[in-house]
Design a protein around this ligand. Structure first.
Ligand code: GDG
Length: 483
């Protein structure tokens, strides 16, 4: 294959010493980029106000070029906050009640994708392979095709794909589906997401499943498959072992004493089921008086997307809820819930996972959920904790050793907490080993290799660009920004 060109909304730019920010995805893609040489392009995270952004800022690190563009305030509001985070995110997480459609935002989303394409195209060579990431950039391939690019282009969706009845509530669902058909390979986290996607194609006769993982739609043939994203399992396990001696982790151990620690780690997001989880913890304490004073639930919740009103409201709600439970159930020498509303260092996080007897990962819906995988990798093999996992997280499709829960069932989740805390060592070890063996084999490097192998080694795909003609996008198809 030629060079690799990765495009994502945000780019993990290495610091001046060339160190990439922590996180499996950044590491795995950096390894692939180093191997093939290439470009990682995306938004700089900065605004150019209302002025046209300057040309791409390019930063060379070895044989990788990081290419970053600013966005105007309007672009940020319409494309990022508006359509990506207030329409696509809730819709893909089955929350059509939270989706806020606005013609202006929808037009802004397609406009910024076109802008990205125009900035990227001059950097791309004919044999480069392009890998586009996530829901912010679905229409990018169509825009690049419209500019005449014939490269192999793959897309990976990090979040869930909803069933047709949910997706079709979105006024521009047709344009989104058409956008995906312009890729050679569309990757989802799980078989369920892929099934939902195939269902969307079948409904209203948009397209067909051709067999062998091939699909046709809008006069094009492309492949779809599922690729569960992993973590750097072996490295994270080692990291967590070392982190147990970190002073903050030691202090936490001392402050916990002989109580059992339960941990939850989630960006503050309504998809993560944090309020239902606190309800379940409260129910568990009320139903198990013997546990009073003997268990501490640590919830680490960095703020995210605070500029979006739903997130701001949720931030207040979770803090109030944790305070109410502590006020009602706590004692002068026992605070049942320790709630941290900011980000903590990755090494401390790894050490805290290892210290915790139970990992609570109970999203209402999640593409994969890396916290579940990190919690497992961080455990002491001789005395592993128990992963309590929502059946609606992508991770539940493969982590067979977890205790699966339905996060909407507060009582069921509370019962599972009690079961996890009393699970015998032999059962804990057996469950942990099943999961760890899987995670070691299916780490993030394997995920990256599998996707790229399918994208590049596909002589059977015609690379058909039957519908090369310019695709009319919403603002041209009669949806005006001023509507
Ligand atoms: C999306 C999809 C999919 C969290 N708090 C802190 C911290 N974190 C780190 C965790 C983990 C990451 O953030 C969160 O990843 P998740 O996968 O759990 O969730 P999303 O952010 O929603 O990610 C998801 C993922 O994309 C990848 O495809 O799995 O389904 O929604 O790595 O450790 N890290 C540090 N301090 C914190 O306080 N250092």
């Amino acid at each position: 294959m030629g060079r690799l060109v990765v495009v994502s909304n945000r780019v993990p730019v290495p610091d001046k010493g060339g160190i990439a920010p922590a996180g499996g995805l950044a590491v795995a893609l950096k390894v692939a980029l180093e191997e093939h040489g290439g470009i990682w392009m995306g938004w700089s995270g900065k605004s150019s106000g209302e002025h046209e952004p300057q040309p791409l800022a390019q930063l060379q690190q070895g044989n990788i070029t990081y290419a970053l563009t600013d966005l105007t305030d309007t672009d940020f509001e319409e494309y990022y906050q508006g359509f990506a985070n207030r329409v696509l995110w809730p819709i893909c997480h089955y929350r059509l009640d939270l989706a806020e459609y606005g013609r202006k935002e929808m037009a802004g989303y397609f406009r910024v994708n076109r802008f990205f394409a125009h900035r990227l195209a001059p950097l791309v060579k004919p044999d480069d392979v392009i890998w586009v990431h996530d829901y912010h950039l679905i229409p990018l391939a169509a825009e690049l095709r419209a500019m005449g690019l014939k490269n192999r282009i793959g897309f990976f969706l990090h979040i869930p794909w909803p069933p047709a009845d949910v997706l079709f509530t979105m006024p521009v669902h047709e344009e989104i589906m058409r956008g995906l058909s312009h890729y050679e390979l569309v990757g989802f986290q799980t078989d369920h997401d892929l099934e939902n996607f195939a269902g969307c194609l079948r409904r209203e006769g948009i397209g067909d499943e051709l067999g062998g993982g091939r699909y046709s739609a809008y006069g094009r043939v492309f492949k779809g498959d599922s690729y569960a994203i992993g973590i750097e399992t072996a490295a994270f396990a080692e990291f967590a072992k070392k982190a147990s001696t970190h002073k903050v982790v030691k202090r936490t151990r001392e402050s916990i004493g002989d109580r059992s620690l339960i941990i939850g780690v989630d960006r503050l997001d309504y998809s993560k089921g944090i309020t239902q989880r606190i309800d379940a913890f409260e129910r568990f304490i009320l139903a198990n008086p013997a546990q009073h004073g003997h268990v501490t639930y640590l919830q680490i919740t960095p703020k995210s997307r605070s500029e979006v009103p739903e997130y701001e409201a949720m931030q207040r709600m979770v803090a109030e809820q944790a305070g109410r439970v502590n006020g009602a159930l706590g004692a002068v020498d026992w605070v049942p819930i320790r709630y941290i509303n900011r980000s903590i260092g990755r090494h401390i996080l790894a050490g805290l996972y290892r210290l915790s007897k139970v990992g609570l990962v109970t999203p209402l819906r999640d593409g994969m959920n890396l916290v579940a995988k990190e919690y497992v990798a961080a455990q002491d093999p001789d005395d592993p904790g128990v992963l309590l996992l929502s059946r609606f997280a992508g991770a539940a499709r493969k982590l067979y050793g977890a205790l699966l829960v339905n996060p909407y069932d507060i009582e069921g989740t509370a019962n599972a907490m009690a079961r996890a805390l009393s699970m015998p060592l032999e059962e804990r070890k057996e469950r942990w080993k099943t999961m760890m063996d899987y995670l070691l084999e299916h780490d993030v490097t394997r995920w990256c290799d599998d996707f790229l192998k399918d994208l590049t080694g596909r002589p059977d795909l015609p690379g058909e660009h039957a519908d090369e003609a310019r695709v009319p996008y919403p603002e041209e198809a009669g949806i005006k920004a001023s509507d």
